[in-house]
Write a protein that binds this ligand. Structure first.
Ligand code: ARG
Length: 466
């Protein structure tokens, strides 16, 4: 950071102080190192506030014009890397205000009329997070589109479905991708829901009680795209629910990404060998020449921990805080920003990597033939022939025990072998004992039949277009 060696006591509140702030305390209490990333939102909030002050006659037109163009200039300076951030000016807000006063003189000192940093910072974070949620949802949709392409391409690819990580029943790989799609769809909805709730304007709450000027809170709210002014000034400056909700939705999202990551790590192991991850997403080992490690999914799995940690930090931060603003609240930013950065990075990596994964279809197919994955289909077959389900379960259990003893899958037994377990079994049983037959039979809404997977892809594409 470009330091300004500013020896004077802080201009924003120095009046009642007779001693300089301790240098360590100054650094300890400063937030400019991390809150400066909200500079755009801070400037937009200030511009809306200035316009409102002018409308109600508190600011002259000349002062208002000077403020608006001064703020634009400051934004340009920041974006050009020419702005000198100063720790002695404590935070983003005072850095900008001090520079404004340097640029335009007394008019700059009038900007803070009827406002406090308390409503200012609450406004900035809401505006900032609102934009970031848009970016995050866009990335979720990118990843979802990749999943839809993959699901369509691999609708007929069969792999074992697992419960307890034991082979359960064969499923379509496309169906598996559509399960990931659904998880992400809920994440996007949760984020939108939280975005809507956070979209009220704290501006005008001032320090905590409101202000004695005849302010127009509807005006500033609508200038900034908020749906309404926040209803209670005490609540407006102290509420950080929206940050907690965002981190909670992000923690759930990351836990979904970690589950996908875990499956990709397993599937790319020599033991499963179901997929190949693109080389550009893997790294090698400095000692073992044969290694191709799935680093990106592993890292995303690991990063889930820090996002959940950030959620807990915010919950602990807000616990037992009395109304209204407390300096504690300055601690909301780092966990929040870290969550945003982590979620964006993880989604970006997945959106690019997942559609590029290569299915090793033969290996998946072979794995699905092991572990008697069509046992339920044989039981269902017997039920259709009149046997009660519990009895059918028993018959198939004995056939499986025989198969285990003789190293034979159900589909590999001939009719004579099968009829030992029940004489109602006929040659038509082979239609259901194949993996294709098993998968195709689950042909209902939400089922794994390739036909259903293709329908689900079509419906999902329509959903994303809305
Ligand atoms: N930097 C502060 C924060 O992030 C801004 C608000 C400070 N208000 C105050 N009364 N000290 O919370």
């Amino acid at each position: 950071m470009n330091e300004k060696n500013d020896k004077s006591t802080n201009i924003a509140w120095g009046g009642r102080f007779s001693e300089q702030t301790d240098a360590f305390v100054e650094a300890f209490t400063a937030s400019v190192a991390f809150d400066r990333r909200m500079y755009r939102q801070d400037i937009n909030g200030s511009k809306a506030h200035a316009r409102m002050l002018q409308r109600i006659g508190v600011l002259s037109e000349t002062d208002c014009e000077a403020i608006l163009s001064g703020l634009d200039r400051i934004r340009d300076e920041i974006e050009a890397g020419q702005f000198e951030w100063s720790v002695s000016r404590e935070d983003l807000h005072m850095n900008i205000e001090a520079r404004l006063t340097e640029l335009i003189g007394d008019a700059g000192k009038r900007l803070h009329t009827g406002r406090s940093r308390n409503d200012q910072v609450a406004t900035d974070i809401r505006l900032y997070l609102r934009d970031e949620i848009d970016a995050i949802v866009r990335l979720i949709v990118d990843l979802q589109r990749g999943l839809l392409d993959l699901a369509e391409r691999e609708a007929d690819t069969i792999l074992p479905g697992f419960t307890h990580l034991q082979v359960a029943q064969p499923v379509s790989f496309g169906h598996h991708m559509m399960a990931w799609f659904e998880m992400l769809q809920r994440d996007a909805n949760r984020l939108r829901d939280c975005q809507q709730r956070m979209n009220v304007s704290p501006l005008g709450a001032a320090a905590l009680a409101g202000t004695s000027y005849p302010i127009d809170r509807e005006f500033t709210a609508s200038e900034l795209g908020f749906s309404a002014p926040a209803a209670n000034s005490l609540d407006a400056v102290s509420d950080r629910d929206f940050a907690i909700e965002f981190c909670a939705a992000s923690a759930i999202l990351m836990s979904h990404l970690s589950r996908m990551a875990e499956e990709m790590v397993m599937w790319s192991s020599a033991q499963f060998d179901f997929i190949d991850l693109p080389d550009r997403y893997c790294t090698g080992s400095s000692i073992m020449p044969q290694k191709k490690n799935p680093d990106v999914p592993e890292l995303v799995r690991g990063k889930t921990g820090r996002v959940t940690g950030n959620l807990l930090s915010l919950l602990m931060l807000m616990k037992s805080q009395p109304l209204a603003y407390n300096k504690d609240n300055q601690e909301d930013k780092e966990p929040l920003f870290d969550t945003i950065d982590t979620v964006i990075g993880s989604l970006r990596a997945f959106a690019d990597m997942v559609p590029a994964l290569v299915c090793k279809r033969d290996n998946m197919y072979r794995a699905a033939k092991q572990g008697f994955s069509t046992a339920t289909d044989l039981a269902d077959y017997l039920v259709r022939k009149g046997l009660p389900f519990r009895d059918a379960h028993e018959v198939v259990g004995r056939a499986v025990a025989y198969g285990l003893g003789n190293d034979k899958d159900l589909s590999e037994m001939d009719i004579a072998e099968l009829r030992v377990f029940s004489d109602i079994i006929d040659t038509d049983v082979f239609d259901v004992l194949t993996l294709e037959g098993s998968v195709a039979a689950r042909n209902h809404v939400g089922g794994t039949a390739p036909e259903q997977v293709r329908k689900a892809v079509v419906a999902a594409r329509q959903l994303l277009m809305r």
